[in-house]
Design a protein. Structure first.
Length: 119
């Protein structure tokens, strides 16, 4: 954590004159950011990568917008399920596989095996 703080100070020294609001935002958010540095790198990449969440939410919105209203909750859940299962061949990973997932699962099992019920 001390290394991260010193790196941030070096970053702030060079960029704060040009972007004071951005550096100020980092300073105000530092206490919320620092706990993530305790996680292994593989787990951090899962935690702070929100592109897949935003992509999934966009797919949900598109799927529900096209249909208007639903007669019951079960039909809405079925549409959301089908949106999740739909393959996207124009994507970099059309199968939805995550590169290095086996290594990430190993780190998760070593770090949080007791919570996952696998150790």
């Amino acid at each position: 954590m001390a290394a991260a703080e010193s790196e941030f100070e070096a970053f702030a020294a060079s960029w704060e004159p040009l972007y004071p609001a951005m550096v100020g935002m980092w300073r105000r958010s530092w206490a919320e950011f620092v706990p993530f540095l305790d996680f292994p790198v593989e787990i951090r990449s899962i935690i702070y990568t929100t592109n897949w969440i935003e992509s999934l939410n966009a797919r949900f919105r598109a799927a529900t917008r096209r249909r208007g209203h639903f007669p019951d909750e079960e039909s809405a859940l079925m549409i959301l399920y089908l949106a999740v299962r739909e393959r996207r061949p124009n994507r970099a990973t059309p199968t939805g596989q995550i590169a290095g997932w086996k290594h990430i699962l190993n780190v998760l099992s070593l770090t949080y095996g007791d919570r996952l019920g696998i150790n």
